[in-house]
Design a protein around this ligand. Structure first.
Ligand SMILES: [Ca+2]
Ligand SMILES: [Ca+2]
Ligand SMILES: [Ca+2]
Length: 413
């Protein structure tokens, strides 16, 4: 349940955003960039199953809850149930995610999200997870949710979506609210009583109107939460409710393997395709034909911030030496004879190690390896690590932080 939208009189949340036609049909645009789309049929439903707003559901690591594995955009109904946007299904399936233990968290764009305290054993058999039950243990303890009667709710008031509710000082949610009202072009007299209609993050009680001053204000909901927060013992307007969002990290994914397409200048034999350097198997190699100026290239669907590139040779010392003189580039353009020096990450030396890690810390849609002119280009694997994008499903078997990946590699050897 969402505080502010929840109406004690009915025991349900209001659906003004839907009934007023403000609800975007392709997800909450502020805090999530997934591609889920709500069907007209789902948005037409009225009564207790009517849609209130978008929420996101996340699966986190069972022990390190800062690791995010998968995220889905869902719709929240007036009765608190979440459904699949395109068909209204009540069972939420994370296709491609391995059964196992996960912490589950739920988030709304202007409320404070919560995560289950313990890990849930998720399998093909659906099970109920009721965040509105005050008895359900969540991270941060009882104060992580607002409890009224037998209902636990997400705290309202995070107008700027930074996972904190702040009323006083610079960059506060309260100033965000006031700013939205005052800068609305139709509020020609900069009236603080102005009623701003529409789908805005400053509409904290989700009634379709942002109100700063006057009756029924969103500002009072925000200020009230800060002042009445149980740990705010001095009833200070400066109190900060919530945790910094920066504590949640999106782990690095091997985007080469998950999203990449590999090509190379020439191929020695049928068993030596460029793709074999991104198949996750150390036993298979890519191998060019040494016609001079050999190159191998990884194309990503879009430019990403590349944290690291890990190049694996294979086990014979001869091939380590072949690594000598390979130049690695990160570029927004595909291979050409005129590779830019500005895109150069490193030129490798042929030392007797079989793994070379580079940390380019730059953005690009292509990773290019160009051979020393005297040698073949032969790699067992090329891993490229970047943050996983929002949206869709991230298969767990392809999702590791860098250390985890290296440990796994070492165990396999
Ligand atoms: Ca905030
Ligand atoms: Ca409102
Ligand atoms: Ca391989």
């Amino acid at each position: 349940m969402l505080q502010g939208a929840y109406e004690t009189s009915s025991g349900f949340m209001r659906d003004d955003l839907r009934s007023k036609g403000y609800l975007p049909d392709a997800g909450d645009p502020l805090t999530y960039s997934g591609e889920e789309v709500a069907s007209e049929g789902v948005l037409a439903v009225t009564g207790e199953n009517a849609v209130v707003d978008w929420v996101t559901l996340e699966l986190h690591d069972a022990t390190d809850s800062t690791l995010l594995y998968a995220k889905r955009g869902l719709l929240l109904q007036r009765n608190g149930q979440v459904i699949v946007p395109n068909d209204g299904a009540k069972d939420i399936v994370f296709a491609g995610v391995a059964p196992g233990n996960y912490r589950v968290s739920i988030h709304h764009r202007n409320h404070l999200g919560v995560m289950s305290e313990g890990a849930l054993a998720l399998s093909a058999n659906p099970q109920l997870l009721d965040f509105s039950d005050p008895a359900l243990a969540v991270q941060g303890g009882a104060l992580s949710r607002y409890v009224s009667g037998n209902k636990a709710m997400l705290w309202a008031g995070d107008a700027d979506a930074n996972a904190r509710i702040i009323a006083n000082g610079p960059n506060t949610d309260l100033n965000t609210l006031l700013g939205y009202v005052l800068t609305e072009p139709t509020n020609t007299h900069q009236d603080t009583n102005f009623r701003l209609n529409g789908y805005f993050n400053t509409d904290l009680n989700l009634d379709g109107v942002t109100i700063y001053a006057g009756p029924g204000t969103d500002a009072n909901l925000l200020i009230g939460n800060v002042l009445m927060y149980p740990n705010n013992q001095t009833v200070s307007l400066n109190y900060v409710v919530g945790i910094p969002k920066e504590e949640i990290v999106t782990p690095l994914v091997n985007v080469a393997r998950q999203y990449g397409v590999a090509t190379q200048s020439t191929t020695l034999s049928d068993n030596d395709s460029a793709a074999q350097a991104i198949d996750g198997d150390w036993g298979t190699i890519s191998h060019t034909n040494n016609v001079g100026g050999d190159w191998w290239q990884l194309k990503l669907p879009t430019a990403v911030n590349i944290a690291s590139i890990v190049i694996y040779s294979d086990s014979h010392p001869l091939f380590y030496n072949w690594m000598a003189g390979i130049t690695v580039y990160v570029s927004d353009s595909p291979y050409s004879d005129a590779l830019s020096d500005a895109d150069k990450v490193a030129t490798l030396s042929g030392v007797f190690i079989n793994t070379i890690t580079l940390n380019p810390a730059r953005s690009g849609a292509y990773v290019i390896l160009k051979a020393n002119s005297a040698n073949y280009l032969r790699m067992a694997e090329v891993d490229v690590y970047a943050q996983a994008p929002d949206g869709g499903i991230i298969p767990v078997d392809k999702l590791f932080n860098l250390n985890g990946q290296l440990q796994r590699r070492q165990q396999l050897r």
